[in-house]
Design a protein around this ligand. Structure first.
Ligand SMILES: *Cc1c(COP(=O)(O)O)cnc(C)c1O
Length: 376
């Protein structure tokens, strides 16, 4: 059986976890957490990167820092994971969903302005498959309407748009280190903060509303409760696991890109016959091979292909069921404009097996099966 995902292991994970245990420091913000934060700050150029318990929690932190209040509105695509919306719904916000572009499956930047009202507080672009949204346009719209931009860059670690790391272009960026992502700590994430003035409050929100981070740095002599917050800092054991991977990020990235390019090469002939559509990478974007997906003609053909692959030992999956049609999406959100592509394109999409160290033989076998399926 060829799995859809295998969590990444690159070598030093256990050694670093043992070191964390030896340091007698397994709660948050020890040596390994600091190493991971410093890596992100250096690699992306963000003012501050705070390691969190998940990308969902990083987005919740961004919603708190953005002071989202009941009745406020946020604009995002409907083709995304639930957390993108949930983080704002928890603060009482209404979600305005807009359609996606069929080429990248990202939010259609030309439709955002139609969804903006005087209650809108933020735009939340999602960089699907680690391929950047049209950020110049999105930032222009945000500036014009005085809105915050909170990037869901869960899938975008090591990707960039016009040379800028995804997650560093808007006011806040949210990364995921879930086991299905390119770099993992089991469950985890990070919040990237652009404005240095927001760092102190972010540290407070992450530490249960206390100024404990300042206390640990010796800047104050006792710590106290100063704001509303929660517990968003991950254990050192998880950070140690992540550090083993970030340390080898280029190697992991090259390995994934090699797999991605091989899929592309092998599937191009079928795409040229117009049986399937392959992913599109805009010229402004460098991507991280987070995902290799293909698009079939329609839902029926997709179901048949997934079954065929499964019968032949390959697990391929689909996602997302658009949020606007889901029960919570109907309760907390509203689709603005016409759903021209969100539902239609989401029903065509199949994700092929993709993970660190996926073998060439396996990729070749998957591509062969797809060719055989369309030769029938
Ligand atoms: C994985 C993912 C998330 C959630 O990440 P967690 O770390 O599991 O909370 C959010 N948004 C998108 C687009 C994702 O792919």
């Amino acid at each position: 059986m060829i799995s859809f995902n295998v969590p990444p292991v690159v070598g030093n994970e256990l050694k670093y976890i043992e070191q964390a245990i030896g340091n007698h420091k397994i709660c948050g913000d020890g040596e390994f957490t600091k190493k991971c934060s410093a890596w992100m700050e250096e690699k992306t150029g963000t003012a501050k990167a705070l390691l969190t318990t998940s990308c969902t929690h990083a987005t919740e932190m961004a919603a708190l820092l953005a002071d989202i209040q009941p009745g406020d509105e946020v604009v995002m695509p409907s083709f995304t994971f639930v957390s993108t919306a949930d983080a704002f719904v928890l603060r009482g916000a209404k979600v305005k969903f807009v359609d996606i572009r069929p080429d990248t499956m990202n939010i259609d930047e030309t439709l955002i302005e139609d969804a903006i009202t005087d209650k809108t507080k933020a735009i939340v672009p999602v960089h699907y498959a680690g391929v950047g949204c049209e950020m110049d346009t999105i930032m222009d719209i945000a500036r014009k309407h005085h809105l915050l931009v909170i990037e869901d860059a869960a899938q975008g670690v090591m990707s960039s748009y016009k040379g800028k790391a995804l997650g560093t272009i808007g006011d806040y960026g949210c990364y995921s280190f879930h086991e299905t992502k390119n770099y993992s700590m089991g469950e985890g994430g990070a919040l990237l903060i652009k404005d240095p003035d927001m760092i102190e409050r972010a540290e407070i929100v992450r530490e249960k509303g206390t100024n404990r981070s300042k206390f640990f740095r010796g800047q104050i002599d006792k710590y106290t409760w100063v704001d509303a917050g929660s517990s968003y800092l991950p254990s050192e054991l998880n950070a140690a696991y992540l550090w083993a991977q970030l340390e080898q990020a280029d190697m992991v990235n090259d390995n994934r890109l090699k797999s991605w390019n091989l899929y592309k090469e092998l599937l191009t002939p079928i795409a040229e016959k117009e049986y399937i559509t392959l992913p599109y990478i805009p010229e402004e974007c460098t991507h991280n091979a987070h995902m290799f997906y293909i698009k079939t003609k329609n839902l029926e053909e997709r179901s048949a292909l997934i079954s065929y692959l499964k019968e032949n030992g390959v697990l391929a999956v689909f996602h997302y069921i658009p949020l606007h049609g889901a029960p919570a999406g109907q309760k907390y959100g509203e689709f603005i404009g016409e759903d021209k592509y969100t539902t239609r394109e989401s029903e065509r999409l199949v994700r092929l097996p993709m993970y660190y160290n996926l073998s060439e033989e396996d990729i070749t076998y998957v591509a062969e099966l797809i060719s055989r399926f369309y030769a029938r």
